[in-house]
Design a protein around this ligand. Structure first.
Ligand SMILES: NC(=O)c1ccc[n+]([C@@H]2O[C@H](COP(=O)([O-])OP(=O)(O)OC[C@H]3O[C@@H](n4cnc5c(N)ncnc54)[C@H](OP(=O)(O)O)[C@@H]3O)[C@@H](O)[C@H]2O)c1
Length: 295
């Protein structure tokens, strides 16, 4: 039986990758910084405790491992972190890496995270380790970042110029990762992963109205209005620049193409926005104050 090391195992996608692998009876080891926190997120799973900045911990984690799911957090250390995993996997004779990348990854990109992904993809290919590269589009879970604002104002604000986005549910990304880790026929492939069809933010507002039972409108911000919001959001500079850039890609129609890759790999359609908004309706709904707690 092959053993898979899941890096970024407590991350939003990684935690689902662990579950998807377990549901396929795969032998899984999760690479985690904090085992206590990992148990809370992942439940019963073998863990290897370590840090991407500690090569010895990566070497220990890689012992007896055949396959690796590769994902570190976005940020200025991302290329160093994922490159360290690749180099140590090569030393250890790992036979396959499935890398979570991003649509529009490009070492020349002006957008920080797309540039980092492009550099890591190039490093992975140079390593010679058989690889599968997953390039998802915009995650539906990004909407959760503004869920509180939608709950408060009943409005969805985004600088999209009315363009559509083939947004994807992260559970489909994780399911594709798990299948490409445990089944053959995917090595040397690069998959562009999207939801079933492109939708506008006005469509998302309609789905939220239906899911929450409260009217949700949508407002298309200008690029300038959006920049002020990103700059005022106390984000790291690279993240504010990246988010502004992502909406630039959206306004240029860069996420309008839906692909068939999820359906072909999973053998079922990709999840749509209706399923997502119903599941997360509470996050987009004002919290009621419990009886007796009114001021
Ligand atoms: N958002 C989108 O629309 C979108 C679209 C396409 C692609 N993507 C890509 O998706 C990826 C994000 O995946 P995700 O959401 O699953 O990641 P995430 O939630 O940010 O998780 C990052 C993981 O890395 C771990 N980690 C951070 N620093 C570490 C260190 N020094 N040593 C060991 N582990 C460390 C974290 O562990 P702790 O729990 O210990 O912090 C966590 O498990 C990014 O690469 C992003 O570019 C995103």
């Amino acid at each position: 039986m092959t053993r898979t090391l899941v890096t970024g195992a407590t991350g939003t996608v990684g935690a689902h990758v662990v579950r998807e692998l377990q549901s396929r009876a795969a032998d899984v080891r999760a690479f985690v910084r904090d085992p206590g926190a990992a148990v809370a997120v992942l439940g019963d799973v073998e863990v290897a405790v370590g840090d991407f900045d500690d090569p010895a911990s990566l070497r220990r984690a890689m012992k007896g491992v055949d396959r690796v799911y590769l994902c570190a957090a976005d940020g200025p250390r991302k290329v160093a972190h994922e490159s360290a995993v690749i180099d140590i996997a090569a030393e250890a004779g790992v036979e396959r890496i499935v890398k979570l990348s991003a649509m529009h990854a490009d070492p020349e990109s002006a957008l920080p995270a797309y540039r980092w992904h492009g550099e890591i993809e190039a490093h992975l290919i140079r390593s010679g380790i058989p690889a599968v590269i997953l390039r998802p589009a915009f995650f539906m879970t990004n909407l959760l970042m503004i869920a509180g604002g939608v709950a408060q104002t009943g409005m969805l604000y985004a600088p999209t110029a009315g363009r559509r986005v083939a947004m994807i549910d992260i559970r489909d990304v994780a399911a594709v990762a798990a299948i490409t880790l445990v089944t053959d026929g995917h090595v040397e492939q690069r998959y562009d992963l999207t939801g079933p069809s492109p939708i506008s933010f006005a469509d998302v507002a309609v789905a939220l109205t239906d899911a929450t039972g409260r009217p949700v409108g949508s407002v298309d911000l200008t690029e300038e209005q959006a920049r002020t919001r990103f700059e005022g959001a106390a984000l790291p500079d690279w993240l504010a620049a990246h988010l502004a850039g992502v909406f630039g890609v959206i306004r240029a129609g860069g996420f309008e193409r839906a692909t068939d890759d999820v359906r072909v790999i999973l053998g079922r359609p990709a999840r749509d926005i209706t399923a997502f908004t119903h599941e997360f309706a509470a996050a987009f709904t004002p919290q009621t104050v419990p009886a007796g707690r009114h001021p």
